[in-house]
Design a protein around this ligand. Sequence first.
Ligand SMILES: Nc1ncnc2c1ncn2[C@@H]1O[C@H](COP(=O)(O)OP(=O)(O)O)[C@@H](O)[C@H]1O
Ligand SMILES: [Mg+2]
Length: 317
Amino acid sequence: MDAIRTEDLTKHYRVGFWRPRPYIALDRLSLTVRTGEVFGFLGPNGAGKTTTLKLLMQLMYPSSGRAEILGRPVGDVEVRRRIGYLPENPYFYDYLTAEELLEYFAGLFGYPAAERRRRAASLLDTVGIGAERRLQLRKFSKGMIQRVGIAQALINDPDVVFFDEPMSGLDPLGRREIRQLILQLRDRGCTVFFSSHVLADAEALCSRVAIVAAGRLVASGQLSELLAFQVRGWELVMSGVTPDALSQARADREIVNAVPIDGQRFAMELPASAAPERVLATLTASGAQLVSLTPIRETLEDFFMRQVTGAQRSSNG
Ligand SMILES: Nc1ncnc2c1ncn2[C@@H]1O[C@H](COP(=O)(O)OP(=O)(O)O)[C@@H](O)[C@H]1O
Ligand SMILES: [Mg+2]
């Protein structure tokens, strides 16, 4: 059984006051998420990600099409018990402490008092909220609220979780912790469906992705199979690079560009055809030290820009 299935899921909003007209926020989205996978739902702002998640949570109804979770129509009571949801920019009643809020949510699932406390405490540990759990939420930063939101989504040990932009508002360390948490959830057999406008979040986590732009599915599959995101080269930063080593690497066409940063520290661009391991080994042998090595590839934004201009071109021509 699949964890999530949508079939031609479509949502029109009515916009405009004097002459309301439909605006297609989601246009016949069909996708399948298998049980146990971490699935990235990617797209730039305004693509229709939050709309899709709200339809899956039955916070609103589709204009047409349908959606199923764990083999049943969305909204099914049995299904609701088995899912968790982190809304985009969660907002909670902020005179409660984190602990009180989580115990309250545990109460909604009918757990007895001792179990409510146990669940709240253990989830706050999991998301890295320590003594602050006794503070009212109005004293929390955006990143901390985001963590409370994630804990809230997990209060019932869900089989499928829906996270809308789970990394937003988090610093790099926080992002890494949330990534690790998502992988732990997967290891426990939980299916994770999350939206993001950041490609790197998906690369670190997902088995498969779907990419939406302007309400339409534009690509789906394994990230490594999506041609658009193949590596186009590498940026290699090293210190202690000697002029000799640099000109040799240039002569061997292993680097196409080298920008001095300071002293003997250089940012070098390697073509996609270069083997970064070999270039790195050669330069290291000449006495240079690695600072960083980063793949160069299209960002989601570049990808969409290309899609949009391509579509305009084909409709004009
Ligand atoms: N309640 C609404 N009424 C009218 N338009 C909306 C409403 N909610 C979202 N939209 C529009 O629908 C599109 C998709 O929005 P959304 O699903 O929030 O995208 P994303 O989460 O990918 O950024 C956007 O153009 C947005 O402005
Ligand atoms: Mg959104």
